[in-house]
Write a protein that binds this ligand. Structure first.
Ligand SMILES: [Fe+2]
Length: 372
């Protein structure tokens, strides 16, 4: 039986002010965001309560930051919370909606009922995570020294709102690392054993949009990204819809741990493992959904290549936009690769079970060595 769900209602606006008017945002609302976004887009435009992540710490979401915010808002009367930002902001906003939560541990270890008591609106300012349509929060759990994802059914937002204006100054790196993460969500889920025909539609469309527009950007320059923001935002949400119905696989499993240890942003981490994992799939099992995905790549690139050629063309395209950076340059030591893989196997089973094919410890070591 296939089951498929789209959690939030999805809205698209050109500008923030259109959203504010349509949703009657007022002093009764709370917006969780970052100061630079407030200064650029919200100051003087919206009158409501603000919580700034910057006041608690920067970077990817760690449990320490979230605990501080949860303690501060505990007992406050918040009826509607609006998260505006990248994946970090949106993931934290979801956790702030849990009734009576005072720590990340309570939530991640199911120590309290995971009930949401606030209306939740999520607005992305990058084009990659798809967090606005999923009910998962990914958090760096400091005592476990790795990132963990927690799926909380109550945390599907009421509304996911895509606003093109909020990406109108997205820096090249943020744009590239977030959009490549979209591509990776779509690729991993398309070939996953838990895939279904509904996921396939959204993944296929996301893959086509990203690869086609990456090709345009290679030909016409990265500044052209601003012409395609609507499409990139939509692709991110398409992949997010698939992601809300299943999980990614080994690329994310490997990247979660690596990113946590070396403090590498999520999209950059996943980009480092993408082709290592897919080339391993092609080596071990060049059939089925892998062939289908190569046909989607071929179509988007306008080429006629076999599986190997198709993956090579994709790798070359990505390398132009996001130059390869071996893991050793981040500080990984070759003799420690086995330890990294052991930790991935120990902490990321949630993702590894959704690999295209089962990958042994030796396979994961070999992938690591290939991108090392
Ligand atoms: Fe991701």
């Amino acid at each position: 039986m296939d089951q498929f769900k789209i959690g939030p209602s999805i809205y698209e606006f050109k500008t923030l002010i259109e959203f504010i008017d349509r949703f009657n945002v007022s002093s009764k609302d709370t917006i969780f965001t970052e100061k630079f976004l407030y200064e650029k887009y919200m100051k003087d435009k919206v009158d409501c309560n603000f919580i700034f992540q910057d006041d608690y710490g920067l970077g990817e979401p760690s449990d320490i930051i979230i605990n501080k915010i949860l303690k501060d808002i505990h007992g406050q009367e918040i009826n509607r919370i609006i998260g505006i930002g990248g994946g970090t902001i949106l993931d934290i906003t979801k956790l702030l909606c849990i009734q009576n939560a005072t720590s990340t541990e309570e939530i991640f270890e199911d120590k309290i009922p995971l009930v949401r008591d606030k209306e939740l609106i999520l607005i992305p300012t990058t084009c990659g995570t798809g967090c606005e349509v999923t009910c998962v929060s990914v958090v760096d759990i400091t005592k476990r020294k790795t990132k963990m994802g927690k799926r909380i059914e109550a945390n599907y937002a009421d509304s996911a709102v895509l606003i093109e204006e909020l990406l109108d100054s997205i820096p090249p790196k943020v744009f590239l690392y977030s959009s490549v993460d979209t591509l990776i969500h779509a690729l991993e889920i398309f070939v996953a054993p838990t895939g279904n025909p509904y996921n396939d539609v959204f993944c296929k469309e996301a893959i086509k949009i990203i690869i086609k527009r990456y090709k345009d950007l290679v030909e016409n320059g990265l500044e052209k990204r601003f012409d395609y923001l609507e499409e990139f935002l939509r692709a991110s949400t398409f992949a997010g819809i698939a992601l809300s119905n299943t999980v990614c696989g080994a690329v994310h499993g490997l990247a979660m741990h690596f990113g946590s240890v070396h403090h590498v942003p999520h999209g950059e981490s996943t980009a480092r493992f993408l082709m290592g994992v897919f080339n391993k799939y092609a080596e071990l099992s060049p059939e089925g959904k892998l062939i289908e995905v190569s046909q989607i790549i071929n179509e988007a690139l306008g080429i006629d290549a076999d599986l190997k050629g198709s993956f090579l063309a994709l790798e070359e395209l990505i390398n132009i936009l996001i130059p390869r950076k071996p893991l050793r340059e981040y500080g990984v030591k070759e003799e420690e690769i086995e330890k990294y893989v052991d930790k991935v196997i120990e902490s990321q089973q949630r993702l590894l079970i959704n690999n295209f094919i089962k990958l042994s410890k030796d396979d994961l070591i070999s992938i690591y060595k290939n991108v090392y």
